[in-house]
Design a protein around this ligand. Structure first.
Ligand code: GLY
Length: 398
């Protein structure tokens, strides 16, 4: 571990994590477990995109062309999930809603079927486990599916977790591991002699730390004090999500996650054990707008209804929009930056929940050793900047 400069300033810690979404929380928890004195700054820890996300752990069914490097990290994190959940539930005393239920990706017309066949071929070339089913076989597995379903891919390894419960469990695990929470948003990174040394909160409080992890989700690119050339290239990608409830008389409505691409848009239905049914998600490049729109709700319900007509009978209990932290290559930015003392854990885009275990481990390793573990090295923030740290402003703010 890096040496501590405690004593010279109040609120000193070995590690300061900026951002208390699931990525910031898992980083803080894992760092604290390694014996680092860890602090976290966020006005409302446990919030963020995890309050909206459906929680699919979809390494296989979210595979996209050109993302084979990301696939390696996604698969590594999916494999880690059962042990991660067991450890987290033990540490927090809380359940996370992890459900090893599998996923069925279906096709509604000839175009969808061709697209799924291509995906299946790509999965097979990538050594992933998925099985092609006829429409009839799909309906045998999930009788609520529309009669028009033309075929599908059964992926028994793509599971789910409840991200709200995950966030709560991580928050409690952090508290129990001694993470110190500062309930304010970091306004500015503090940089002294070309090194990140902490942050200043909105109320002027200075927090000193040997190392800082910027885990601000879609807001990560907006922290003042980060040298311009090192600002994470992260943008918000809006997703509208619906929550419905399956009354006990209708259960089991669906036994696994069901998804499809309908007219080019992804739609998925994620059934929880407690009767919640999550339907997502739009994908909109609209800046920081989180309005739930009639059009968004209409499209999600229309597409979900084509897949599972009975959905319109269910109570609609919640509509909400969140912001995915998108990066230029759809992959996260993990570990040390060219500014000594500053690490990133952001840009997880569509895979934040899936990548939570591997991110916590990678960041804790990087904080302890200065290096990313081999599996996370392709995701260094340095892939977007080759610039050395030359013109870092001299600031003395803590
Ligand atoms: N991973 C699902 C989504 O981003 O909508």
């Amino acid at each position: 571990m890096h040496s501590s400069r405690k004593g010279a300033v109040p609120h000193g810690s070995d590690v300061l994590v900026i951002g208390g979404g699931i990525i910031g929380l898992v980083t803080a928890w894992r760092a604290a477990l390694r014996g680092m004195r860890t602090a976290l700054a966020d006005p409302a820890p446990g919030g963020g995109a995890a309050q909206v996300a459906a929680g699919m752990l979809a390494a296989v069914t979210e595979l996209h062309y050109g993302e084979e490097t990301l696939l390696g990290l996604n698969v590594a994190s999916a494999r880690r999930y059962p042990d991660f959940v067991a450890e987290l539930e033990e540490a927090s005393g809380l359940e996370t809603g992890y459900r090893a239920c599998g996923t069925l990706a279906v096709a509604l017309d000839a175009d969808d079927r061709a697209h799924l066949r291509e995906l299946h071929a790509l999965q097979q070339r990538s050594g992933l486990d998925s099985q092609w089913l006829t429409g009839r076989e799909c309906r045998r597995l999930e009788p609520m599916l529309a009669p028009g379903v033309r075929g599908g891919l059964r992926v028994d390894g793509d599971h789910q977790i409840d991200p709200r419960r995950l966030a709560k469990a991580l928050l409690t695990a952090c508290e129990r591991a001694g993470v110190v929470f500062h309930h304010g948003w970091a306004d500015r990174l503090s940089v002294v002699r070309e090194r990140a040394v902490g942050a200043v909160l909105g109320d002027g409080t200075g927090l000193a730390a040997d190392q800082v992890v910027l885990a601000g989700g879609s807001l990560s690119g907006r922290l003042a004090g980060v040298p311009e050339e090192l600002r994470p290239p992260v943008r918000p990608v809006k997703g509208q999500v619906l929550r419905l409830t399956v009354p006990p008389a209708y259960a089991p409505f669906l036994s696994r996650t069901v998804r499809a691409v309908v007219r080019g848009s992804h739609v998925y239905l994620v059934p929880r054990a407690d009767g919640e049914l999550v339907v997502g998600a739009t994908s909109e490049e609209l800046g920081w707008d989180t309005t739930v729109t009639a059009g968004g709700v209409y499209e999600l319900l229309r597409d979900a209804h084509e897949l599972v007509p009975g959905i319109t009978e269910l109570p609609l209990t919640e509509t909400r929009a969140g912001l995915r932290p998108g990066s230029p290559d759809n992959a996260p930015l993990l570990g040390p930056t060219a500014l000594p003392g500053l690490h990133l854990a952001t840009g997880h885009y569509r895979n934040g929940v899936l990548l939570t275990p591997v991110t916590g481990d990678a960041l804790a390793h990087a904080l302890a050793t200065g290096e990313l573990p081999a599996e996370a090295r392709p995701f260094t923030p340095r892939r977007f900047t080759s610039a050395p740290v030359e013109s870092v402003p001299q600031e003395l703010t803590v």
